[in-house]
Design a protein around this ligand. Structure first.
Ligand code: KG4
Ligand code: ZN
Length: 341
């Protein structure tokens, strides 16, 4: 018997729908919202409105590209949180309507759990290597920075996390200070390739244990820029590549130091990364270098699955379907992850 899952993702500024059958991707459609660019960050009210406009065409396209009829969907998996409540509400309400109309089951998905599972996304026939359980995952996105131990497909334990800004947020906010467009992470990554990572030094956090902090680094970046701009108002423009390379080097070394510590503490050498910042070339190179140094088996999600997508939601839904873990019709958004099972 085949199991076909429709995934819906609407936690932030991407409206996405995907179809996964028996754990393999049939389609994955993403509508990114350009409206936020002019504001230098996501405007929640505009995001909900854009989700409302995009959701029907995006789901139609996912079904069509997957060659799947509505009636063939066994369950609709939706992101319950964490995320922007108004944005989540659009996806949840759509999922409920779809399930009621077709008789499909409803499955609620933790967005962070789904990001980690993006390492298992593949089309049928692909020979992708998968992490073995238990594995350690560094989840780095715009809203989260966490070290997670995955014991099996459904069981995750957060062993470290940021106490303030997320790594993606640090990239985006520093990019904004340099006058770069939103989202700044990929832009910094591009400029960093041309710059000297040792050109500037920014303060690194001294956090005990496995937790992260990025707000001090962000302030240190701001003060460096402010002081240098006193001598040259166009300092950022004139030293863009070096600023980006030094910032990226610092963020990546902070991320890596705790990942290495976590691997040592847990004794786990199956290491994965996930989330939007997992697309960062500096981080990918650093993880690959650590693999050689420490004998890790490293798993990097494909670029198309690093940022928000519904294929990862559908896959998480598939694993929950196997255990018959369904959501009630009165599910509501959970803006924070500690509110989600
Ligand atoms: O996972 P994601 O799409 O959304 C959240 O769940 O937050 O991550 C978006 C974040 C943004 O902060 C963006 O700047 C960052 O991922 N990002 C990158 C790169 N590509 C995306 N950061 C650094 N380097 C990149 N290449
Ligand atoms: Zn995300």
């Amino acid at each position: 018997m085949t199991v076909t899952i429709l995934g819906i993702e609407s936690s932030c500024d991407d409206t996405s729908a995907a179809v996964v059958r028996d754990g393999y991707i049939l389609s994955n459609v993403i509508a990114s919202q350009e409206v936020h660019r002019q504001y230098g960050g996501v405007v929640p009210e505009l995001a909900s409105r854009a989700h409302q406009q995009n959701i029907v065409p995006v789901v139609d396209a996912a079904l069509q590209q997957g060659g799947v009829e509505r009636t063939a969907i066994d369950a609709v998996a939706f992101t319950r949180g964490p995320g922007l409540p108004g944005s989540l509400l659009v996806g949840i309400s759509f999922a409920k309507g779809f399930a009621l109309a077709t008789g499909a089951k409803l499955i609620d998905v933790n967005h962070l759990h789904a990001h980690v599972l993006s390492n298992f996304l593949q089309e049928r026939g692909s020979k992708k290597e998968m992490p073995q359980f238990p594995f350690l995952c560094l989840l780095v996105s715009g809203g989260h920075t966490q070290l997670i131990v995955m014991r099996n497909c459904l069981e995750m334990e957060i062993i470290g996390q940021t106490i303030d800004d997320a790594a993606g947020e640090a990239f985006d906010k520093c990019a904004k200070m340099m006058g770069l467009p939103y989202p700044g992470g990929p832009v910094i990554d591009r400029y960093a390739k041309e710059g000297d990572p040792g050109a500037f030094r920014f303060s690194k956090p001294c956090m005990a244990g496995l937790d992260y902090s990025f707000s001090g680094l962000k302030t240190s970046f701001l003060y460096t820029l402010r002081d240098k701009c006193r001598e040259d108002v166009s300092f950022a423009e004139h030293h863009l590549a070096d600023l980006c390379a030094s910032l990226q080097y610092t963020i990546v070394s902070v991320l890596m130091s705790k990942l290495e510590k976590a691997a040592l503490q847990t004794g786990i050498r199956e290491i994965a990364i996930a989330g939007g910042v997992a697309a960062n070339s500096g981080l990918r190179n650093a993880v690959a270098a650590a693999a050689l140094q420490y004998g890790w088996n490293v798993f990097l999600p494909e670029f198309r699955f690093t940022t928000d997508n519904a294929a990862m939601i559908a896959l998480a839904g598939y694993f929950k379907y196997e255990k018959q873990l369904f959501a009630p019709y009165d599910s509501i958004p959970a803006a924070r992850c500690d509110a989600i099972r």
